[in-house]
Ligand binder design. Structure first.
Ligand SMILES: CC(C)(COP(=O)(O)OP(=O)(O)OC[C@H]1O[C@@H](n2cnc3c(N)ncnc32)[C@H](O)[C@@H]1OP(=O)(O)O)[C@@H](O)C(=O)NCCC(=O)NCCS
Length: 168
């Protein structure tokens, strides 16, 4: 499969919305993506395309630990159901994480499948003394350190963008 991973373009926006809606089987994640973008909080938004069709998407937005240490929150992320388990999600995560590292980002947080994200280096955030603003199981709230030196001593409660709590 000739998958291309690239930055989203304005003309991709309807396809990204439709993709999130289909992959999550509800519209909330698609609406969160739209709200983050509209509010200038899409730190990074990548699409995976196959023959020009958007088949995968990931968005990263700002997140803070203890109200002051900014990093990136991975998600929502989605791949069209018929293209899942073909490595497209992995391509998106690897490219996105690498780009953020190159940009000097401190860390990435993800709230997601415990069996999926550890393969990219994510560990339970509790191991770093980082907690979630919502009551979620320990193993689904994960953190990947990108800059070890600057992460030393960073711990506390993390705060997502308010769109994650307010958009339905
Ligand atoms: C999760 C998702 C983005 C992964 O994309 P993908 O292209 O299918 O992922 P890859 O091909 O890179 O990797 C496939 C792996 O993801 C795992 N995976 C997919 N959905 C999963 C789920 N709900 N729970 C746990 N693991 C899951 C598969 O089991 C597979 O694992 P394996 O390699 O050990 O067999 C995609 O399955 C999806 O869009 N799911 C619906 C929306 C969603 O749940 N988004 C993420 C929220 S955290």
């Amino acid at each position: 499969m000739e998958i291309e991973v690239r930055d989203e373009r304005p003309e991709d926006i309807p396809a990204i919305h439709a993709l999130n809606k289909q992959a999550f089987d509800q519209e909330q994640e698609a609406n969160i993506v739209d709200a983050l973008r509209k509010n200038g909080a899409a730190k990074l938004s990548l699409v995976a395309t196959l023959h020009g069709q958007v088949v995968g998407h990931v968005m990263y937005s700002p997140i803070t630990i203890a109200g002051k240490h900014e990093g990136a929150a991975l998600g929502p992320m989605s791949v069209l159901p018929q293209y899942q388990s073909k490595g497209i999600g992995s391509r998106l995560v690897r490219e996105g994480n690498e780009r953020l590292k190159q940009a000097g980002c401190l860390y990435i947080i993800v709230l997601g499948h415990a069996g999926y994200y550890p393969r990219f280096g994510f560990k339970p955030a509790s191991q770093f003394g980082v907690t979630c603003e919502w009551g979620v199981p320990d193993n689904v709230f994960m953190l990947l350190v990108l800059d070890e030196a600057r992460m030393r001593g960073v711990s506390g409660k993390s705060w997502y963008r308010s769109e994650f709590s307010s958009v339905v």
